[in-house]
Design a binder for this molecule. Structure first.
Ligand SMILES: Cc1cc2nc3c(=O)[nH]c(=O)nc-3n(C[C@H](O)[C@H](O)[C@H](O)COP(=O)(O)O)c2cc1C
Length: 171
């Protein structure tokens, strides 16, 4: 899809069919993630691909019963890996750059998902500790965002945005 069209077309989707995600599409999404910029190219994040129904159910429970993640066949969990940035940038790397690295990577995934004809919604409302346990309690990692991935089974809500003139400040 042409880029400008893609960013206008993208909407959060919270209803999925159970149709599987083709492995080649998942591969393309993960390759897009790996193209994302990161501070000092440290790539201070990790991505977990969650497919097992029982694991997705644990994520749903951790995310205050956002149960569309039970239906989408795949959920991607993005974690910061602060240690990878801290070695180069100290406290700023651990606190800020790792978070930026992980969320830019998540954004790349989101756009790739839509470009491939799939659907997603950024999920940020969850209990960190519970998501961390659901992905196997990986030491030194902190979950910051999740993306259910699947085929849309609903129409998106209409888009509403602030006026550009209200959020852009020219100096
Ligand atoms: C940081 C962040 C956290 C979000 N968390 C959730 C969430 O937990 N559940 C949900 O349904 N949508 C969540 N969203 C999606 C937003 O509600 C959505 O992007 C916003 O309403 C704009 O709609 P659009 O994505 O269709 O343009 C989140 C989005 C962002 C960027």
């Amino acid at each position: 899809m042409e880029f400008q069209e893609l960013i206008r077309w993208r909407r959060s989707i919270r209803g999925f069919s159970a149709a599987p995600v083709e492995p080649w599409k998942l591969q393309k999404i993960l390759e897009a993630v790996n193209e994302a910029p990161s501070a000092g190219n440290c790539q201070a994040y990790e991505v977990f691909v969650v497919r097992r129904p029982e694991d997705r159910a644990a994520l749903v429970a951790a995310a205050h019963d956002q149960d569309f993640m039970k239906v989408s066949p795949v959920v991607l969990v993005f974690c910061t890996h602060p240690g990878l940035s801290e070695v180069r940038y100290g406290e700023r790397g651990a606190r800020l750059y790792a978070l930026q690295d992980a969320t830019i990577a998540c954004t790349y995934a989101m756009l790739a998902i839509v470009d491939l004809g799939l659907a997603t919604v950024w999920v940020g409302a969850f209990e960190d500790e519970e998501v961390w346990k659901a992905i196997g309690s990986p030491e030194g990692l902190h979950p910051v965002a999740m993306l259910p991935v699947g085929y849309a089974a609903m129409e998106p809500r209409p888009k509403s945005r602030r006026e550009l003139s209200g959020l852009v400040h020219e100096l």
